[in-house]
Design a binder for this molecule. Structure first.
Ligand code: CDP
Ligand code: CDP
Length: 194
């Protein structure tokens, strides 16, 4: 039986960094599910058709990390048919041997409700904006507005809203270095049997 780790949380909380480190540590596959929604948003045209025909090339575009792509992603992510079109691929990925780490917004609640470990990673929004602004070379105040708008949309949508699964371990990285956050996550995974 593969071991599945589900990581959710708001923008720039550090979930991708933790997911990559966990996958590396345990030799598991990693899927950044946000990239799927970013690719659908960036493709343009009918988002439902885009989600149904997503290819590896779509995921390799070099403009997907921008704030603009993040905003477009959160708009198409509210469309139920877009989410439905992406479920099967994510669930199949989650069954990778010997294990898989998926990070996003609805992994612990919708995609992998039976994951062996669920983490919900948070950090206060000013710290998240500072981290993301530094990463993208963008203005911090502008980034704070962008993240708040996107988080609000992700929390309020009717289908698969962003929220911690009842059995998720909460990890607030506001005051944590990357090393501390990764060490905590590895400890949680070992306790869960990884
Ligand atoms: O995947 P998510 O959007 O949640 O965040 P990320 O891409 O893992 O992290 C956003 C930025 O914050 C990256 O530049 C990380 O290096 C940084 N970071 C940090 O400074 N301290 C942490 N404890 C975690 C992430
Ligand atoms: O890295 P960051 O947290 O800023 O964003 P992301 O994980 O790449 O996700 C971009 C957008 O895709 C989010 O704001 C969500 O609207 C959407 N998303 C989602 O709805 N469900 C997921 N499992 C992953 C992302």
């Amino acid at each position: 039986m593969p071991f599945t780790i589900a990581i959710d949380g708001p923008a720039a909380s550090g979930k991708g960094t933790i997911a990559r480190a966990l996958a590396h540590h345990f030799g598991f596959a990693h899927l950044d599910t946000g990239l799927l929604y970013r690719a659908v948003g960036a493709k343009g045209g009918d988002p439902v058709a885009a989600a149904r025909s997503l290819t590896p090339d779509d995921l390799a575009r070099d403009d997907l990390r921008s704030a603009r792509a993040g905003q477009a992603a959160s708009r198409v992510a509210a469309i139920p048919e877009v989410r439905a079109a992406l479920v099967e691929f994510q669930r199949r990925f989650a069954r990778s041997e010997p294990g898989a780490v998926l990070d996003g917004r609805d992994i612990g609640t919708v995609i992998c409700p039976d994951a062996e470990l669920k983490l919900y990673v948070t950090a206060n929004d000013e710290i998240r904006a500072r981290r993301r602004a530094k990463e993208l070379g963008a203005d911090e105040a502008q980034m704070l507005r962008e993240l708040r708008e996107r988080d609000a949309r992700d929390v309020a949508r009717a289908v698969a809203p962003m929220r911690p699964a009842p059995d998720a371990v909460l990890l607030d990285t506001s005051e944590m270095s990357i090393d501390d956050a990764v060490t905590r996550a590895i400890t949680c995974a070992k306790e869960a049997g990884a």
